[in-house]
Write a protein that binds this ligand. Structure first.
Ligand SMILES: Nc1ncnc2c1ncn2[C@@H]1O[C@H](COP(=O)(O)OP(=O)(O)OP(=O)(O)O)[C@@H](O)[C@H]1O
Ligand SMILES: [Mg+2]
Length: 268
């Protein structure tokens, strides 16, 4: 289903040092250092993230898991420059996001980041095609026709390009949101439950597309999911509980992920 694309740049990703060594060797695409995000003030404040520190290697596929309300969306929003931490530092590559004003952050989001929102956030007055290509237009770029065709086919939207979001099922809307995040070939793709509304086969196609972004194009993908089968497509799983990073797993298998997740759910 998903065909192969040439590497964007040559990385020595297939050396003999094994998956863990390769991950450790790579440049860090996203780094959070002591990131705390409070909502509200005083004794009733919610600590959505609590001193989270982690580096995410460039050209890796990471899943972010944890019980509902554990801070996964807040993590993605802070990491992508959509929200500002209360304290701590977020870097995208070498760029400290707190050093950027609103204009700088907007530019960074348009040029270096792709985001799949948990609630899709499609623009109702634009067609499927216009929604997908919107990030290109905002960045003053034109679509690479072959790449656009490839994405649209991989997410199965070819027949629906002229429709409006209100004419689509939840699954179709989610696939538009995924295509829109990929169309600019950003350095980092943040995806909040990108397979939550999809049937298993469509979910596998979308996960294949995200994997391809990592393997063929050396992009970095960070994906929130509640599904251990989806997490098994990634290189590394980070586990959040009550805003804290409590565990991680490399080369994750669905069974091990499910066991750890149910342990975490039992403790919250
Ligand atoms: N804008 C906000 N105002 C107040 N509290 C918030 C806000 N956003 C998140 N929270 C709170 O922060 C905590 C973490 O929320 P977050 O949305 O990051 O969790 P999550 O793991 O993505 O959960 P889920 O997607 O299952 O709802 C929750 O207790 C949530 O109620
Ligand atoms: Mg969420």
């Amino acid at each position: 289903m998903v065909r192969s694309w040439g590497r964007r740049r040559d990385v020595s990703a297939d050396g003999p040092s094994g998956a863990a060594g390769r991950l450790a060797d790579r440049r860090v695409a996203v780094r959070l250092t002591g990131v705390t995000r409070l909502f509200g003030e005083g004794p009733t404040a919610v600590r959505a993230l609590d001193a989270v520190s982690v580096g995410i290697g460039s050209g890796t596929f990471t899943a972010l898991m944890g019980p509902s309300g554990s801070g996964r969306s807040t993590f993605l929003h802070c990491a992508a420059g959509l929200d500002r931490p209360t304290s701590g530092e977020v870097r995208l590559g070498a760029q400290d996001l707190s050093a950027l004003g609103e204009t700088g952050l907007t530019r960074l989001r348009r040029t270096r980041v792709g985001f799949v929102f948990q609630a899709f956030h499609l623009l109702p007055s634009l067609t499927v095609e216009q929604n997908i290509t919107l990030p290109l237009r905002l960045a003053g770029r034109t679509a690479d026709a072959a790449w656009f065709d490839h994405i649209v086919s991989a997410v199965g939207l070819r027949e629906r390009l002229a429709r409006f979001p209100a004419q689509l099922s939840g699954s179709q809307q989610q696939r538009v949101a995924v295509a829109r995040a990929l169309v600019t070939r950003p350095e980092v793709i943040f995806a909040d439950e990108p397979t939550g509304a999809l049937d298993p086969e469509t979910a596998r196609n979308v996960l294949g597309l995200l994997r391809q972004a990592v393997t063929d194009l050396h992009q970095t993908v960070v994906m929130v999911t509640h599904d251990p089968a989806a997490a098994a497509h990634t290189d590394r799983v980070l586990f959040l509980s009550e805003g804290r990073l409590v565990d991680e797993m490399t080369a994750p298998g669905a069974g091990r992920v499910a066991a750890l997740l149910s342990e975490l759910r039992g403790t919250t």
